[in-house]
Design a binder for this molecule. Structure first.
Ligand SMILES: [Zn+2]
Length: 190
């Protein structure tokens, strides 16, 4: 969609017709020949806003819903298809957390450089750097996601391979979107 035509209306034929704001309140002609009513500008803006909202990343929505304790989004067991309040937690690592503060290659480089150059000022720098505890960066992309599974069915999940856990997660549309955003995500039980 170009910036000149920020809005669009949907024809009965399912075609999206781009419309200018000046077309608000009037009609637009679809390529199928139908005339389509264009809503008022306020309505066009509202619809465009909804589209923007849809594009908010699944990551952000998962984060938000976890804070609000709004997950899982529905209480239907993924095995029995019956209502359940039981959940099974799956850990999803969207991006591998990077570690820093432990002996990284550049830490070793420091030692090597220090030994070779015998530069005494490098040593305190390295000692300071290495004193940090290993710290997980970006833990906010690691989620424990509750999946509705009746408690008497949870045992069978224990044998699932990661690909099966992925399929299980994808039965929750929001989780499916998250995995679409992070196709490399690692999934494990617990
Ligand atoms: Zn049409």
């Amino acid at each position: 969609m170009s910036t000149l035509t920020p809005y669009c209306v949907r024809c009965e034929c399912a075609n999206e017709i781009p419309v200018e704001r000046t077309a608000a309140g009037g009609t637009a002609v679809c390529r199928c020949g139908r005339e389509v009513r264009v809503p008022r500008l306020s309505e066009l803006k509202r619809q465009a806003g909804e589209l923007v909202e849809l594009r908010v990343s699944a990551l952000d929505r998962v984060r938000q819903l976890l804070l609000e304790q709004g997950l899982p989004p529905d209480p239907v067991c993924r095995i029995t298809q019956r209502p359940t309040t039981d959940v099974l937690y799956l850990t999803v690592v969207c991006e591998e957390p990077r570690l820093r503060g432990n002996s990284s290659w550049w830490g070793l480089l420091f030692i090597g450089a220090g030994a070779f150059l015998v530069s005494l000022w490098l040593l305190p720098v390295y000692l300071l750097a290495s004193r940090e505890e290993p710290e997980v960066i970006a833990p906010e992309t690691v989620f424990r996601l509750p999946v509705p599974i009746a408690s008497d069915r949870q045992a069978q999940i224990r044998d699932y391979r990661e690909s099966e856990l992925r399929e299980l997660l994808c039965t929750v549309p929001l989780y499916a979107q998250l995995l679409a955003e992070f196709p490399q995500a690692r999934i494990s039980l617990g």
